[in-house]
Design a protein around this ligand. Structure first.
Ligand code: AHR
Length: 400
C-alpha cells in the first residue's frame, strides 16, 4: 500500500468509466445505466493518468465538472441547487441510489430491526416521500442488529446488502436480500442469508463480526468491500462470482493505523466507492461512532488490478471530520450519488451535538445530510460542506 505524503484536502466524484487502453485515448465508455451509482458524469480532461501525487495543496474548489456529452443525466430538471439539510432525520449510514433517473433511499432504522426503501424522482423528494418497509427481521429474536442496508443493481438483479445477527453482536455478518422482480418497491424480497465465501477461504464472514458491505464494478468485474473484526475493524476486498458469493479470497485493503483511526476504537468501516478521471477512490469511516468518527480515503488507478494491494494508496489524514463551528459531529458512513443535475453528491450522516450519554449506537440522532463535492486542480477528491448548505429546514420527522 502506497502512502500519499502531505496534507490532503479533497473531495471526490464518480465519473464515467475511462477507457483503460494503454496510453489512453480519452475514450469514455458510457456506463450501463445500472452503474449510475458508482459512475457519474464528468469530462475526462485527458486519458493520461496524472502522476502519483506526493503533496496536495488545497486548491480553491472548482465547480463540479460538466457532464460528459451524452452521459446519463437525471430525467427531471434540478429541483433546486439547495439540498434539504438534513435530508432524512434519524437514518444513520444513509444510502441513496440513482437508477434510470429515480432515487431510492435506505439507511439504518433506529430500532435496527427492519429495512425500508423510500423512492422519489429528485433528491429533495426523498425528504417528503413515505418510506416502505420491505423486510423485517424475525421478531422472535431478542437481539436487533439490522445495520447499514445498501441497495445495488448487481449482475442484472436488485440486491440489498446489510449486516444482520439473530443471536448477538459478535454474530453480526454481511447478509443479503434478493428482489424477486424488477421493481424494488413493489416486488417481494427474499432473504439470501450470509454472503458465501470462495472455495478455500476460511476467513471471510467467519472470524468476527462482518458488516458494511458495498460492491462496485470495474473493467467488467464486480468486487465487494466489507468491514470485518478479527480484532480491529478492517476493510477487506474480494472479487464477486455472483451477487451472493465471493470468487476469490479477500485482500486486507486497510486497517486502522493512524491515530485518527483509533480514537476509542480501532475502526475502518463504511466503505463507499467513487470513480474520477481514471481513478477509483474508496472512502471509509474511522474510529468510534461518537464525535471522533471521521472519514478516510484510498485510491487506485482504474486500470490497475484492485486485488493487488500495492496498487492502492492511503491518504494519511482524514478527509472529513467533526467541525464544531458548523455543528457537524462524527461525520461518516457515506455513499456517493449523482444529484438532480448530474452533479456529484456525498450522502453522509452526522449529529448536531457533541456529547452523547450512553452507547453512541443507541443515540439515534445521526441524520442523513447532502454534501456537494468538487475536485482539486489535479482532480483529487475534496470533502467540505458550506455553512449555507447546512440545517436549512425544519427536521422532517421521518417515522420517529
Ligand atoms: O449504525 C450501525 C453500525 O454502526 C454501522 O453498520 C457501522 O458503520 C457503525 O459502526
Amino acid at each position: 500500500m502506497k502512502r500519499i505524503l502531505g496534507l490532503v484536502c479533497a473531495s471526490a466524484l464518480c465519473v464515467l468509466m475511462v477507457g483503460c487502453a494503454a496510453g489512453g485515448n480519452g475514450t469514455v465508455a458510457l456506463p450501463d445505466t445500472h452503474d449510475a451509482q458508482t459512475v457519474l458524469t464528468d469530462t475526462v480532461g485527458s486519458s493520461v493518468l496524472p502522476e502519483k501525487k506526493t503533496v496536495f495543496e488545497s486548491a480553491a474548489p472548482q465547480a463540479a465538472a460538466p457532464a460528459a456529452e451524452g452521459a446519463e443525466t437525471s430525467s427531471s430538471p434540478s429541483v433546486n441547487d439547495d439540498y434539504i439539510s438534513p435530508l432524512v432525520t434519524l437514518r444513520a449510514d444513509p444510502y441513496l441510489y440513482k437508477h434510470e433517473g429515480r432515487y431510492y433511499f435506505t439507511g439504518s432504522y433506529p430500532e435496527y430491526d427492519r429495512i425500508e426503501l423510500t423512492t422519489a424522482d429528485s433528491v429533495n423528494g426523498i425528504a417528503a416521500a413515505v418510506p416502505k418497509e420491505i423486510w423485517h427481521m424475525d421478531a422472535s429474536f431478542g437481539q436487533k442488529y439490522v445495520w447499514a442496508p445498501e441497495l445495488h443493481y448487481v449482475m442484472g438483479q436488485w440486491v440489498i446488502y446489510f449486516a444482520y445477527s439473530q443471536t448477538g453482536l459478535w454474530d453480526i455478518r454481511c447478509c443479503a436480500l434478493r428482489c424477486t422482480g424488477d421493481d424494488p418497491m413493489h416486488d417481494e424480497w427474499e432473504y439470501m442469508g450470509v454472503m458465501k465465501k470462495a472455495v478455500g477461504d476460511s476467513f471471510s464472514f467467519s472470524s468476527g463480526m462482518s458488516l458494511d458491505m458495498t460492491v462496485f464494478e470495474n473493467n467488467g468485474k464486480w468486487y465487494a468491500i466489507w468491514a470485518q473484526k478479527p480484532s480491529a475493524s478492517n476493510l477487506y476486498l474480494a472479487e464477486l462470482a455472483d451477487p451472493f458469493t465471493l470468487a476469490t479470497e479477500p485482500i486486507l485493503l486497510t486497517q486502522p493505523e493512524y491515530s485518527w483511526e483509533m480514537v476509542r476504537e480501532r475502526v475502518n468501516e463504511g466503505p463507499a466507492v467513487l470513480k474520477h478521471a481514471g481513478k477509483i477512490f474508496v472512502s471509509f469511516s474511522a474510529a468510534a461512532t461518537g464525535f471522533e468518527y471521521c472519514m478516510g480515503l484510498l485510491e487506485i488507478d482504474a486500470c490497475d488490478d484492485p486485488m493487488v494491494i500495492e496498487n492502492w494508496t492511503k491518504y494519511p489524514e482524514p478527509v472529513f471530520q467533526t467541525d464544531e463551528s458548523l455543528k457537524i459531529y462524527g461525520p461518516g458512513h457515506n455513499c456517493f450519488v449523482e444529484g438532480d443535475n448530474g452533479e456529484p453528491l456525498c450522502i453522509l450522516h452526522f449529529r448536531d451535538y457533541k456529547d452523547i450519554t450512553g452507547d453512541s449506537l443507541l443515540d439515534f440522532n445521526r441524520h442523513a445530510h447532502v454534501m456537494k463535492i468538487t475536485f482539486d486542480k489535479d482532480g483529487t477528491p475534496q470533502f467540505r460542506i458550506d455553512p449555507e448548505d447546512l440545517y436549512n429546514s425544519q427536521f422532517t420527522d421521518h417515522n420517529k
